[in-house]
Ligand binder design. Sequence first.
Ligand code: URA
Length: 237
Amino acid sequence: MERLDKLLANTGRWSRREVKELVRRGQVRVDGVIAASAEQKITPTAAVTVSGEPVALGSCTYLLLHKPAGVLTATEDRRQPTVLELLPPELRRIDLAPVGRLDKDTEGLLLLTNDGELTHRLLSPRYHVDKRYLARVDGDLSPADVSAFAAGMTLPDGLVCLPAGLELLPQPRTCIVTLREGKFHQVKRMLAACGAPVLYLKRLSMGPLTLPDDLPPGAYRLLTDEEISALYRACAM
Ligand code: URA
């Protein structure tokens, strides 16, 4: 048996305080009966509705965060701020972890979830989930670099890269890189090997997920059911 407010807050959709208010307003039902208290103990298999809508309890939580530069992709660090610290307390207690890593100075789309199987598959080269990055570089890239990316590069430091996309944008020294894997500092290392060290890097998409234009750096939102289904399809789950 678990507390109703804990189970509902674990879905990531409401804080415990919001659950309390919903219960006070009679909006929460447990097995068809209006909940008497946010603290009442229920079984995780109980049928719970909020404002008439069924809520899947015990299910995983999926967040899309616009990671700002200057925070670590980690769940805790003694000295530096982490992406978990951008979330409210109720979302820090449910074992969310980042799916893959963005460097401290990289911005953009970061998925956080407590769905271990999905995380494993999204990071596996076997499922080839593309990641797209916008990069501004200090150097001129050429069509020969585009061909080298497409062929699969072996870098002077020995890193062997799968074929990757490089699209040169009309703005000078700006490009989009598409990778199917995520080796340590991979975009920076590949572009540096072409004589174009990265000045700015932002992840735009991961598989079917795209960074929304209206999500400012530091903000997050829950994935929609459609986005979760699309992620599952992308890695054959
Ligand atoms: N490649 C990099 O070099 N850095 C990132 O943060 C992500 C991909």
